[in-house]
Design a protein around this ligand. Structure first.
Ligand code: ATP
Ligand code: MG
Length: 396
């Protein structure tokens, strides 16, 4: 699977942008704040129908503009798909697949898998449990539509139950039958989701282990420990016993929305004891395992977005990742870097069709290779070396 073209209108700092991508390696180069991450985020948007950074569209639309559009043409199993996402202030977002609108955004999730590795990812280790749940939920939702449906329903019932608890407190009332009915729904959905989370880890961990060992040079052992209120056999009675606490705090204190995944290196929590390098390796191994699981489940290679990743890694780890690129472990690859010479030297030795894009203040120019060592790049019109403006009508 690959993304052939992208067309943006008023997406973050891009006013209008049209680009054709290489089916293999795409390097997005440019100074800090130029728009590299924004372009990768637009690709992520096409897969998830939302930004990786903010689901508030007011933050994604170009300042002062009333609407945004993110459109891409994918090639998958020799068929082309045009995915178009439109959002307009005051209106519901619309997503179309080859001009047919989806009734529910969730129908699109998982069809064009994308994995993004970005500098903020160590938040996954250092941050709140919500980020870890979101990571696994997002991955599982892409491979299991029923899981996503159940999760959406669980969150809906949870919101209703919490609103009810608040209403009881505000009005000084109590209706145990009504509360029980929400509790039963939460427990049934929650138990199904718990079992799936548990089973999924069995699939995920071997991939993760292997990547961590490879990246760290087999130095440490790692573990992911799933913790949930549902792991107790008497979880139902424990849940009902927590009613008093729920009423006082006006929220549901037990359930799978409080699950966590504890990451460990040599039996110690990575969050507290992992060095920066260990945390980085941990997170990259998590993302590469995500890539592997998606590839195995979907029988295709997800698009891989590496945002500023070289800046965060030592030479050994860069070498390991480069090895994977050389061995064609990945499919289509997008790499962003604020230091062009580094990316050029890493990729100059790698065979394959490469494109280099120079970003400057929301304007993208496609550049040809400069280094003599690089594989010569042939354009269809026969142009070689030098510079060419991309099919890009972006204006500042
Ligand atoms: N909604 C928006 N409208 C206009 N500009 C925006 C919007 N959101 C973000 N930007 C601008 O986009 C720029 C940041 O782009 P981006 O994060 O893609 O930079 P980058 O090239 O990845 O930089 P770095 O190398 O520092 O990671 C900032 O200048 C920011 O002001
Ligand atoms: Mg960036």
């Amino acid at each position: 699977m690959r993304l052939e073209k992208i067309h943006l209108l008023n997406f973050k700092n891009y006013e209008e942008l049209n680009l054709d991508f290489s089916p293999q390696i795409n390097c997005i180069l440019g100074e800090n704040g130029s728009g590299k991450t924004n372009l990768l985020d637009a690709i992520y948007y096409l897969s998830f129908t939302k930004s990786a950074f903010s689901s508030v569209e007011q933050q994604n639309v170009r300042h002062g503009e009333p609407l945004l559009m993110v459109k891409g043409i994918f090639e998958k199993q020799e068929r082309k798909y045009t995915i178009q996402c439109n959002w307009q202030r005051g209106q519901k977002k619309q997503v179309q697949n080859s001009q047919v609108p989806y009734d529910k955004m969730s129908e699109h999730i998982g069809r064009f898998p994308v994995v993004m590795i970005s500098p903020d990812d160590t938040d996954l280790i250092r941050g709140a449990s919500e980020l870890r749940r979101r990571f696994f939920d997002s991955l599982m939702s892409q491979i299991d539509a029923d899981y996503l449906e159940d999760l959406i329903r669980y969150n809906h019932v949870l919101r209703q139950r919490n609103a009810l608890l608040k209403q009881f407190a505000d009005r000084n009332t109590y209706d145990s039958d009504l509360l029980d009915s929400y509790s039963d729904q939460l427990l049934d959905l929650g138990h199904r989701l718990y079992e799936k989370r548990l089973a999924f880890l069995d699939k995920f961990i071997p991939y993760f282990d292997q990547h961590y060992r490879n990246l760290s040079g087999e130095k440490e052992s790692v573990a992911i420990q799933y913790t949930s209120h549902f792991s107790k056999s008497e979880y139902r009675s424990v849940f009902f016993k927590a009613y008093g606490k729920d009423l006082i705090l006006q929220r549901t204190t037990l359930g799978i929305h409080r699950d966590d995944y504890v990451f460990k290196i040599d039996e110690h929590p990575t969050k507290r004891f992992g060095s920066q390098g260990q945390q980085k390796s941990f997170v990259i191994a998590l993302k590469l395992a995500q890539f592997d699981v998606l590839r195995a489940e979907k029988q295709l290679k997800p698009i891989l977005l590496l945002d500023d990743i070289f800046d965060k890694l030592d030479d050994f780890r860069i070498g390991k990742l480069t090895e994977m690129v050389v061995q064609h472990s990945f499919g289509q690859l997008f790499v962003s870097d604020a230091r062009p010479e580094r990316t050029r030297s890493i990729f100059s030795l790698i065979e394959g069709e490469k494109k280099y894009f120079q970003v400057h203040q929301g304007v993208i120019t496609e550049t040809l290779l400069e280094s003599k060592k690089d594989q010569p790049y042939q354009y269809q019109n026969g142009q070689q070396n030098g510079q060419r403006k991309a099919d890009n009508v972006t204006k500042k």
